[in-house]
Design a protein around this ligand. Structure first.
Ligand code: G3H
Ligand code: ZN
Length: 288
């Protein structure tokens, strides 16, 4: 029988590796990630944010992932990332997603817990093995912000371990997005990861810890986070930069070219290279 995403998380935690969640919004980005998975024999986790899914469409994302699963024989899972409402996650569950992330960080805590609980029930109904919750927002934006300093953080911005344990207990989510210093997007500067805080959260017995804002985080810190209980690291900006900047270069170099099959392969290849480097960092190669 095929293993669920949850089973991969359990194994990753036991063995000290993680899955990168590769966020994509088009077939060609997905193709690059799949090629990396094939080359490295890595299970794959694909993510779509509300923006990604708005362009991709839920049905296309689900069917394309199903196509690649059949074509390659790889375990490939699809997570709805940063779903901001129950309704959007309900549509993703109905469309056939394998995992749901309810990002209720902008709701008052009680409301966040109440919606997360409903998402957990929804997931059970659809045999979805992983529901991720979030109450402490990871700052930044999904962009290349190389020119900007990282936003200033205070202790309040970091996930508090006691609150984390309570949130997980009350909501029933198995997986928690934690804020320990990563940022969404790539900035000129970074904050060192607060590994001590991660350890404190980990010690509270929360099943699975998730890092958002993978892009731009120093490799060594990511590895340390994995050794302290992180089983999933989300990556979006890196893949967007690889895809889009390569596309811009290709068009600049070949201004008269109009055939997509001549224009897009370099972007697919660039995404593949980045995905391969992430698979290497998180240690998911040969874990099928
Ligand atoms: O949910 C998506 C991620 O947290 C991606 O963050 O764009 O910094 O890689 P990133
Ligand atoms: Zn995120």
């Amino acid at each position: 029988m095929k293993k669920s995403l949850k089973e991969y998380f359990v194994r990753a935690k036991e063995e000290g590796w993680a899955l990168a969640q590769f966020n994509v919004s088009c077939a060609e980005q997905l193709q690059g990630v799949v090629e990396a998975g094939v080359q490295s024999h890595s299970p794959l986790l694909i993510g779509t944010s509300e923006g990604d899914a708005g362009f991709f469409t839920l049905a296309f994302a689900v069917n394309l992932v199903a196509f690649w699963k059949k074509e390659t024989g790889l375990p490939i899972f699809l997570n709805f990332d940063h779903g901001k409402s129950f309704e959007v996650l309900e549509r993703a569950a109905q469309a056939g997603y394998d995992a749901l992330h309810f990002d209720g960080s902008r709701f008052p805590l009680e409301e966040n817990v109440a919606i997360a609980k409903r998402v957990v029930i929804l997931a059970r109904k659809h045999r979805i093995s992983v529901v991720e919750g979030e109450f402490s927002e990871v700052p930044g934006g999904h962009s290349d912000l190389h020119e900007q300093e990282a936003p200033v953080l205070t202790d309040q911005d970091y996930t508090n371990s006691e609150d984390a344990a309570e949130f997980v207990k009350k909501s029933g989510v198995g997986s928690l997005a934690v804020m320990v210093g990563t940022l969404h997007g790539i900035f000129k500067t970074t904050h060192p990861l607060n590994i001590k805080r991660l350890q404190e959260i980990s010690e509270r017995g929360i099943e699975f810890l998730v890092l958002h804002g993978g892009s731009g985080t120093p490799e060594q810190e990511l590895k340390e986070a994995i050794q302290n209980g992180v089983v999933k690291i989300n990556v979006s900006t890196d893949l967007r930069i690889a895809f889009t900047n390569t596309l811009k270069e290709t068009l600049e170099e070949n201004p008269t070219e109009i055939a997509p099959y001549n224009i897009l392969p370099k972007s697919v290849e660039a995404v593949k290279r980045i995905a391969l480097s992430w698979i290497e960092i998180v240690g998911s190669a040969n874990k099928i």
